[in-house]
Design a protein around this ligand. Sequence first.
Ligand code: GLN
Length: 479
Amino acid sequence: MHSIAFASIQELKEKLISKEISYSEMIDFFLKRFETFDININAAIEIFDKKSFGQPSTQSVLAGIPGLIKDNICQQNRVTSCASKMLETFVSPYNATVVDRLEQHGGISIGRANCDEFAMGSSTETSVYKKTRNPWDILRVPGGSSGGSAAAVAAGFVPWALGSDTGGSVRQPAALCGIVGLKPTYGRISRYGLVAYASSLDQVGIFSRTVWDNALLLSIIAGQDTKDATTLANAVPDYTEGLKDQLPRPLSIGIIENALYAQGMDPEIVSAIEEAINILKVLGATMQYITLPTLDYSAAAYFILSRAEAASNLARFDGVRYGLRYEKAKNLMDMYGKTRNLGFGEEVKSRIMVGNYVLSSGHSGEYYGNAKRVQYAIRQEFEEAFKNLDLLLMPTHPMPAFTLGTFDIDTLQMDLQDYFTCPMNLAGVPALSIPCGFTKDQLPIGLQLIGPHLSEHRLYKTAYAYQQHTDWHMRHPTL
Ligand code: GLN
């Protein structure tokens, strides 16, 4: 039975169909694994009772294969806490569209994944409940904000998980945990039921161990949704079709030189990426170096825009409608103030304050307005690059997983964690992080592939071929 811990969705399905394992044995196995090992990892905030799961048919696409859902995505009749005291008691009256679609296809969510409070962070250290640890080294963070989802998949607790990516929160933890993470094109996946952080950037993202599994999940959850007006009407292909051990041809890839050779890049990451470039070349891709000058301004623009939107999105948590309410207030203003003061953690409060400041009448032009102009420039730069190139490539993250507490004092360094990931949120383009090596301390390294709008299929085809010629995704941590 041990062998199924790291089985892919594809493999589990075969075992279920051939009756090598039963649905019940499979669920018991993963629940037991969680119970045994999550004490050291803290990937989940809650694991649901097996009795509450339906009995999906083995004929359905996901055949009952379990996964974990980040706790900012609504699951009906379950708490959706956003890892915040504010929503500790908030029970969701409905399913997010992604949850509905997974269930309709036989997916089973076995719990709620830990994350940074309201998805604000890069290390899963701002959760009010607990800090998630990296299965490759429990003294290190799994990345964030979707760190619980990533750690669970990397640790073999579940073969898939959902997260959300506003500035990198799926790709960065995928890189630090050695798994696959997709941030789709803006509008490709419905956000109905995803608790909003920065709505113009937020997307639901997918974690898996193989590219094939990721493609399968996107085929299930992508597509237009009448409940989310920002979803795109474009038809959803079967993304698992056409995945071969050969790259799509012709394929021209631009290596973002000012990212790969940026100051502060960890040399072990540089060499792993260079090795991946060589493999892609051998497989027939044409590579060329390019520079994206606006990259250097992305983190600053992201900082301002995400805070501005967070301040207005989080205004709804006022003690009236959702979750926590301070009961002993003297009057309405007192109730608003005390509820928000009690309910939000430090990181969230500081972002709301910065957000309100950059939107304030005397400063909005200088901050918000300029950040929007930078965003426009970034978009144009990507569009320009994709006129001649099929994909772009760069590291997902400049360093391997860091130890817990590393940026407790230097919070600016923590904010710079988004440097390589937030440009794609600002441009709305899809990006995929896949494992491409390990440091000598056995810490995973992630390669980021970026495509033009709606190029998810091309990203998967490229990454799938790469995975057929490498075995990074088959290495697993020992718990
Ligand atoms: N680290 C980024 C932030 O804290 C990204 C968060 C995210 O993508 N949800 O804002």
